[in-house]
Design a protein around this ligand. Structure first.
Ligand SMILES: [Mn+2]
Length: 455
C-alpha cells in the first residue's frame, strides 16, 4: 500500500500553516486525479499539523465543513510503514500439519498463534517446524534400526499441537512505534519476526527482518516553513518532496531537486491560490475562504507591511470565488479568536511563538494579535512570569512578546531575559513595566525578526 504524502506547516501552527496545508493538499489531490495514468494508483495528499489548532483555524474549518487536521508528533518512519497487515493466524489447538498447510497455502514463513479468544499468543515459523524435524534425528544414535523410530516420531509430530512449538518470546511492537528502534530490537533478537499488537492484544501486523532491510522514508510537503528547527521532528529522515513558503530560505536540505516555491508574499495561502490559477485547477468556494482567512491573518487584514500588491489582488479574487467581502471576513476570523481573558497564559504567549538563532544564542519571539490591548496588559505580571519561565527552561537569550493591536496598528513590546539586542535595535527599554508601544509595528518577520537577525 502506498502511504499518503503529508502536507504539513510549521511547529506551533498558525492559521496560514493550517489553511495553506488544507488548500495545497486539495490542489495536489486534484492534480493527482488529473495526471495519474489509468491503472496506476492515485497518490493521496493529506494535510496534517504539528500542534494545537489555533482557535481561528478551528472556526474557519468548521464554517467551511472541513474536518480538523490530524496532529502528528514526528515524521520518523513508524512500524506501521513497513508491517504486513492482517497476518495469517492459527489457533493454538491446531496441529502442526494444519500449520504446515497454511504456511504453504499463503507462501509465508510465520503464523500468528492465537488464544481461544483470538488474542495473540505467540508465533510459529517454518524454522521452528524444521528444527522439530531435525530434532527427530536425535533418535538415530548409532543404530540403523532406529530409522523407523525417527520416521515414527516425524509422523507423530504432524499430529502434535501448535502449542508445543509456539514461540512466545517474540518482540512486541506498537504500530506507532519508531521504526529505528524496532529495527535495533529485531536485529538483536534471535527471531527474524516481530509482532505488532493493538491495545486489546490482537495481532494486527507482522514485521520481518527483510521488511526493514531498506528503510522507507515518509514523504512530506512543507508549507509555510523551510527551516529545520520549525519543521517536524525526524525531518532529516523524511523525504521532502516539495516546499511552498514565503519565509527566508533556511536550512531544510533534500537529496534530489524538488519543487521549491518561495515568494516574498504576505502568506503561503497567497502562493497556494496562485498555484490554483497557474495549474488551472477549479477552486471551490470553501477552499477559497480557507485560503483567504490565512492570507488575512498573516497580513493582519492587509495592514501589515508584508502585504504585497499580489496579496491584495489574490484577496479580491478569493473573496469573489468564496463569495465574501475580504475585510469583513477578516474581521470575523479575528473575532473568532478567544477573548483575551479566557486564553490561558501558555497560549497567549506560546500559541504563535518562533525560535530564531542569533549567533550562538537562541531567542524566542512571540506574537499575540488582539483587538483588546488593555485586556492583555492587565495580565502583564502573569505574562512576564510565564515568559521568564520559558526563557529559563529553554535557555533563551531573551523572550520577546509583541502584543499587536490590529485596530490601533502597532505592538506593545514585552521582553524578559538579556534584551540588550532588542533595546539597541529599537532604541527602547522594553523591560519597563507596561512595556513599550511600537506604533506601526505589525510584522514579526519583517519589522522585528529581520532587524534582530541583522543586528
Ligand atoms: Mn505564513
Amino acid at each position: 500500500m502506498t502511504k499518503p504524502i503529508m502536507v504539513v506547516g510549521h511547529k506551533n501552527p498558525d492559521n496560514d500553516s493550517i489553511c495553506a496545508a488544507v488548500g495545497y493538499a486539495y490542489l495536489k489531490n486534484e492534480l493527482a486525479k488529473r495526471e495519474t495514468k489509468e491503472g496506476e494508483k492515485i497518490p493521496k495528499y493529506v494535510p496534517v499539523r504539528l500542534g494545537p489548532l489555533p482557535p481561528e483555524s478551528a472556526w474557519v474549518l468548521e464554517q467551511n465543513g472541513i474536518e480538523p487536521l490530524d496532529m502528528i508528533g514526528h515524521v520518523h518512519a513508524r512500524v506501521s510503514d513497513v508491517m504486513t497487515e492482517n497476518p495469517i493466524s492459527i489457533s493454538h489447538n491446531a496441529t502442526i500439519m494444519e500449520a504446515g498447510r497454511l504456511l504453504r497455502q499463503h507462501n509465508i514463513r510465520a503464523l500468528v498463534v492465537t488464544n481461544d479468544d483470538s488474542t495473540y499468543r505467540g508465533l510459529i515459523t517454518t524454522r521452528m517446524i524444521a528444527e522439530r524435524y531435525v530434532a527427530a534425528t536425535d533418535l538415530l544414535v548409532d543404530n540403523a534400526t532406529n530409522q523407523m523410530a525417527v520416521a515414527g516420531d516425524l509422523i507423530n509430530s504432524l499430529g502434535q499441537s501448535v502449542d508445543e512449538l509456539t514461540e512466545t518470546d517474540v518482540i512486541k511492537l506498537h504500530k506507532d512505534g519508531l521504526l529505528k528502534e524496532a529495527v535495533e530490537d529485531l536485529m538483536a533478537s534471535e527471531l527474524r519476526e516481530a509482532i505488532v499488537l493493538d491495545d486489546d492484544g490482537f495481532a494486527i501486523g507482522i514485521v520481518t527482518r527483510s521488511d526493514v532491510a531498506h528503510r522507507p522514508k515518509r514523504k512530506v510537503i512543507l508549507v509555510d516553513h523551510n527551516e529545520r528547527r520549525q519543521a517536524a521532528n525526524g525531518i532529516d529522515e523524511a523525504e521532502v518532496v516539495e516546499i511552498i513558503d514565503h519565509h527566508r530560505i533556511a536550512d531544510v536540505t533534500t537529496a534530489n531537486p524538488i519543487k521549491f516555491l518561495n515568494l516574498p508574499a504576505g502568506s503561503t495561502a497567497t502562493i497556494v491560490a496562485m498555484e490554483f490559477r497557474r495549474q488551472d485547477v477549479e477552486l471551490p468556494a470553501h477552499i477559497a475562504r480557507v485560503l483567504l482567512s490565512a492570507l488575512l491573518t498573516d497580513t493582519v487584514i492587509m495592514k501589515s507591511p508584508t502585504t504585497t500588491d499580489t496579496d491584495r489582488e489574490i484577496a479580491q479574487y478569493l473573496g469573489e470565488v468564496g463569495e465574501v467581502d475580504p475585510v469583513e471576513y477578516g474581521l470575523a476570523v479575528f473575532k473568532s479568536r478567544a477573548v483575551n481573558g479566557d486564553v490561558p497564559v501558555e497560549k497567549l504567549v506560546g500559541a504563535d511563538s518562533k525560535e530564531f538563532q542569533v549567533g550562538d544564542a537562541t531567542v524566542l519571539i512571540a506574537q499575540h494579535e488582539t483587538v483588546d490591548l488593555e485586556g492583555v496588559l492587565a495580565r502583564e505580571e502573569e505574562i512576564r512570569t510565564y515568559m521568564k519561565h520559558l526563557q529559563k527552561e529553554h535557555s533563551y537569550e531573551f523572550v520577546l512578546l509583541m502584543v499587536t493591536d490590529i485596530v490601533a496598528e502597532g505592538s506593545q513590546f514585552l521582553c524578559e531575559g538579556n534584551h540588550r539586542v532588542v533595546n539597541r535595535v529599537f532604541n527602547i527599554d522594553c523591560s519597563n513595566k507596561g512595556g513599550t508601544w511600537m506604533p506601526g509595528v505589525l510584522s514579526r518577520k519583517k519589522q522585528v525578526a529581520a532587524k534582530i537577525l541583522e543586528a
